[in-house]
Design a protein around this ligand. Sequence first.
Ligand SMILES: Cc1cc2nc3c(=O)[nH]c(=O)nc-3n(C[C@H](O)[C@H](O)[C@H](O)COP(=O)(O)O)c2cc1C
Length: 182
Amino acid sequence: MTGAACYSLDTMADDETLREYRTGSDPRTLRDALGCFATGVTVVTCFDEQDRPVGLTANSFTSVSLDPPLLLVNVHKHAACARALTTATHFAINVLQTGQQPASIRFATRQEDRFGANDWSRGEFGAPVLQESLGVFECERFAVYEGGDHHILVGQVVKASFNPELDPLLYFRGRYRRLHFD
Ligand SMILES: Cc1cc2nc3c(=O)[nH]c(=O)nc-3n(C[C@H](O)[C@H](O)[C@H](O)COP(=O)(O)O)c2cc1C
């Protein structure tokens, strides 16, 4: 039994709740446990060597440092655009809003024309920017680290923009969600 589960047994009185806990070292339990961490949703974009826009949906985005301004996203090594994203001088993190769930699905689906149906433009620093996004971080590649089956792509933010009126698209337990205000 994991430490977390032991802690729960020691401190929680509600037996019904305890029976709901799942514990394991198998990949399914790991994925489901990681899915308990609610995130926003981003689309990471750049231009490939043929100057075609490429990108993929990613929720592994996080901020790293304010000075210098760094952020990271983890890109699966087998993703079609992994090479482009890890070699492009610039990339963009497009933070999605509730109306962009179709874009999130499109950018996570193979053999889709990901950019054709989207309103996008070339950003000031040469990465594709999706219109109507909640926020956009235009980045210069800072570092790429090994992370098991993923590349850890670190970018230095050269421009940040956001729309304070829009609400974020969220992802939790394998499903899209939105903020709920009581
Ligand atoms: C909500 C969500 C979050 C995702 N987060 C990531 C991620 O952080 N990193 C990653 O490499 N793939 C992530 N994916 C999967 C990629 O979007 C997907 O595997 C990829 O687009 C597959 O197509 P490709 O190989 O043609 O790029 C995520 C998918 C979804 C739906």
